[in-house]
Design a protein around this ligand. Structure first.
Ligand code: GLN
Length: 485
């Protein structure tokens, strides 16, 4: 096995026994990036020198018996997390040359744990999208099938992990952006409970929905990364003071006594037959593992897309007001007046989808429309949250598809934003309710495209997700398919 193919836990074991060094592992990942990234386009920037320097440090620390939990593990980071001294573009021309003066808390945490940061990954501009096709600096490709989307918005992060350029990545999820690309690329991805992971240094898209989370190849690795990134941070006022359990310990617990709910509304028309079969098969696996399966209902599911596409753009329109060419990022130098400078900077700097969201959000927040749109959406959001609260009184974990279909062809829906918005229907409710959700590989379609299984639980119940995910992974025992790249 090549070092770049190792999972995080496998690599840690090999480094602990001295069989592999962090420098060798990092070099192997960098070579893999050199070999495949021109085809899969997972990275916007690769920090070769910095990575090898960090790897040498990790080797020294391990020798001195000091290394942290991710000592010497190469990771990629979505390009909307601040990395000190390292370009952070958010996939947008408006931040093409932005170099942050500080590290996001999660970046600091993985660095302190000894991780080696390889580089920053491609993503939909400002995380707005479900395919990563709006990235201004290269569009990631699904490594399983030529010409297919990787998903988004953390598409580059998912692709970097799926194509073994690195064993793990940090992404962000506002409406599905970790779980959806993880599902479409056949890896594990988790959106933690809102407030579980610090948002300090995460470029804000929709502040009441955004969460940072891990993408990796196994549930075990996911638990490991979660333990590194979770925890209270005084720099984020929405961060929650809540104990962080040792996630890895719960993995091997059985599923006896666990009730898994199957939400009726997630299995309706429009759901691809192969996706449906893969989820049904996973339900049977969990049943065999000892879980009790019950049907449940989330009656307000049909309003999720409408509510999300009012709340997210409203918050985005406010958050993105800061990109006006004054403090940082691109500034149009041809304008004669200040107002023209604002206009030109924003017209030239932002792409079409970002502009669309700013317009929708500004409209929804404007006086006269605020009550009808933003306020009404916020009220329905509470009903969606209440659906989950009621449901979690009778079950521990919900199982469903992540997306109604497997990955689709690149370019297929670029002219039809609504079709793409609708594909978010199964992931956005977790963000609206603030609950944790994850995607675990469930199988492949006959065309060879991966399909993920979504698991959701009540606030701060990530342990239940991880143990269910682990049991599912073990029970399915999916053979390790080789990519032909
Ligand atoms: N696809 C959703 C959107 O376009 C979610 C994006 C995300 O989670 N960042 O807004």
């Amino acid at each position: 096995m090549n070092p770049y193919e190792l999972t995080i836990s496998q690599a840690l074991k090999k480094m602990d026994t001295g069989e592999l060094s962090a420098v060798e592992l990092t070099q192997s990942c960098l070579d893999r990036i050199d070999a495949v990234d021109k085809d899969v386009r997972a990275f916007i920037s690769v920090d070769r020198q910095g990575a090898l320097f960090q790897a040498e440090n990790a080797d020294r620390q391990r020798k001195a018996g000091q290394g942290g939990r991710l000592c010497g593990i190469p990771l990629s980071v979505k390009d909307l997390l601040s990395t000190k001294g390292c370009r952070t573009t958010c996939g947008s021309k408006i931040l093409e040359n932005y170099i942050p003066p500080y590290d996001a808390t999660v970046v600091q945490k993985i660095k302190e744990a000894g991780a080696v940061i390889l580089g920053k990954t491609t993503m939909d501009e400002f995380a707005m999208g479900s395919t990563s096709e709006s990235c201004a600096f290269g569009v990631p490709r699904n490594p399983w099938k030529k010409g297919y989307v990787a998903g988004g918005s953390s598409g580059g992060s998912a692709v970097s992990v799926a194509s073994c350029e690195c064993p793990g990545s940090l992404g962000s999820d506002t409406g599905g952006s970790i779980r959806q690309p993880a599902s479409l690329c056949g890896i594990v991805g988790m959106k933690p409970t809102y407030g579980r992971v610090s948002r300090y240094g995460l470029t804000a898209f929709a502040s009441s929905l955004d969460q940072v989370g891990p993408l990796c190849r196994t549930v075990e690795d996911c638990a490991l990364m979660m333990n590194v990134i979770c925890g209270y941070d005084e720099m984020d006022s929405t961060s929650v003071k809540q104990d962080v359990p040792a996630f890895s310990l719960s993995l091997t617990e059985g599923l006896e006594g666990l009730t898994v709910g199957v939400p009726l509304e997630y299995f309706t028309e429009g759901l691809d037959v192969e996706v449906q079969n893969i989820i049904r098969n996973s339900i049977e696996v969990l049943r065999k593992k000892g879980a009790r399966i019950v049907d449940v209902s989330l009656p307000h599911t049909e309003y999720c897309v409408a509510v999300y596409y009012l709340i997210a753009p409203s918050e985005a329109s406010s958050n993105l007001a800061r990109y006006d060419g004054v403090l940082y990022g691109y500034r149009d130098m041809e304008a004669d007046t200040l107002l023209d400078m604002y206009k030109q900077t924003r017209s030239k700097g932002f792409g079409a989808e970002v502009k669309r969201r700013i317009l929708i959000g500004t409209y929804a927040l404007s006086s006269g429309y605020y009550d009808a749109y933003y306020k009404k959406a916020s009220q329905v959001r509470t009903l969606i949250l209440n659906d989950f609260k009621t449901t979690f009184q009778s079950c521990d974990v919900l199982i469903s598809p992540v997306t109604p279909t497997p990955a689709w062809k690149m370019g297929e829906n670029t002219e039809d934003p609504l079709a793409v918005y609708l594909s978010d229907i199964l992931t956005i409710s977790a963000n609206l309710a603030g609950i944790p959700g994850m995607s675990v590989p469930g199988g492949f379609t006959t065309e060879g495209l991966p399909v993920g299984v979504q698991l959701q639980a009540a606030h701060f119940q990530e342990e239940k997700l991880l143990k269910t995910g682990f049991n599912l992974e073990q029970g399915l025992g999916l053979e390790q398919r080789k990519l032909d790249i």
